[in-house]
Ligand binder design. Structure first.
Ligand SMILES: [Zn+2]
Ligand SMILES: [Zn+2]
Length: 110
């Protein structure tokens, strides 16, 4: 079984316009744009549970959407409350790592 990545720090930055995740004690810090995270929500309201296809209309998410609150969900995930009123999505660490926007991860995925 693969070890589940657990970040050291998860915090709102720029008044919630972005969320910073520090994956390792030293280094590997990534800054997730709030809108990018909001659009990556996989809750039942944003993704069809049967087909896993996104049902969220990107145009319905404001360009300036912000993370109002960040809350840990057990040891495996984090929950965001968004300024567009959406607050039902939880983001497992694995999912967040899979969409990590840092240059190194982006290069690995490319
Ligand atoms: Zn959602
Ligand atoms: Zn990364």
């Amino acid at each position: 079984m693969k070890a589940i990545p657990v970040p050291y720090v998860v915090r709102r930055v720029d008044d919630g316009a972005a969320v910073e995740i520090q994956w390792e004690e030293r280094g590997h810090v990534a800054r997730y744009g709030a809108r990018m995270l909001r659009l990556a929500c996989q809750c039942a309201g944003c993704v069809d549970e049967m087909s896993r296809r996104p049902t969220l209309e990107p145009a319905s998410v404001p360009e300036d959407v912000r993370a109002l609150a960040v809350k840990l969900v057990g040891a495996y995930a984090v929950h965001f409350s968004w300024s567009d009123g959406h607050a039902t999505g939880i983001y497992p660490w694995e999912r967040l790592l899979a969409i990590c926007p840092c240059a190194e991860c982006a290069a690995k995925r490319a």
